[in-house]
Structure formats: C-alpha cells, structure tokens
Design a protein around this ligand. Sequence first.
Ligand SMILES: [Zn+2]
Ligand SMILES: [Zn+2]
Length: 169
Amino acid sequence: MGICSVCNKYLGLLSREFNCCICGRVVCRECRTKIPNDEVMELLLQVHHVLDRASSWDGSFSVCSNCIGEFGKRYSKMKDGLSDTSSVKIYTINYQGKIPKGTYRIKIESDWFRDRNEALVKLKAMATYLDYRQIVEVRFDKDTGSEPSENGKGTHYYTIWQASGYAVK
Ligand SMILES: [Zn+2]
Ligand SMILES: [Zn+2]
C-alpha cells in the first residue's frame, strides 16, 4: 500500500500499484502507461537493472505520466542503437593498453542467445544507449539450453551465448 507519486491518491488494499520503470516510484492505474514488451523494452530493463535504477521493477512494464517524455527519448535512442551498432568498438579480454587504469566503466551484459552474434549486437546497443562508444574486456560465456525434441522423444540440446564487458567512453 502506498500513495501515487503523481496524483497523491491513496492506494488502498484493493487498488493495484505499479512501479514506473524509469523512476521506480509507485503510481496508480490512472497515472501509468502500460508499455508493450518488445525487444527494445527488454534491453532497456536490462540496462536499468545493471544501473540499479529498476530495482523495484515488478515484472509489469509501466511508465508514470511524469516520465513518459523521458521514456520516449530513451526508447528511440535504444532503437537507433539496435539498428546501428557499427560505431561501437570492441576489445577482447586479451587487449592490453590504450584504456588507462581507473577509467570509469560500466559493466554490461546481454541476455542469453542461441546466436553468438546476436548477443554481441545487444551488448553494443546497450553501450550506444548509455552513450559509450567502446566496450573493453568483452567475453562470451557459453551454456547449454534444452527443449523437447521435435519427434516428442527425448531432449534436444543447444548452445547459448551471453556477451559481457565494460562500457567506457
Ligand atoms: Zn495517480
Ligand atoms: Zn516515473
């Protein structure tokens, strides 16, 4: 139970409350906009999880009416980042030099994908969104996913990939 941070309405036992995925504050049904769960939204939430901004995220994609403008900006920026990641430079873990010790860096990591390159594209889009143009110590982690075989007998195993690294200016 709480109070809507936009209209100050008291949220009683029966009213649902939502957390804004930008500011994290509690809002009522009238003051939130529900956002469809798409590729951009998934990435936005991953980024904000890394940045610890959406720690109160409850699984529903909501934006409060104070943040809807800011959300629109971030959304289109992320969309641009996904369609053009060519400007982000990648340095593997073996790369020595150039980036001075103590340079500010943000740890970013993609979700798990069957396609290794897709994981890298997502990682680059995250960096673009954060206005970083380089990712250092890029590494790929490998795991095994599984699904029932097509013939219904047994299990089909496949490799999944996660890309991670540190975004630096
Ligand atoms: Zn409200
Ligand atoms: Zn908000």
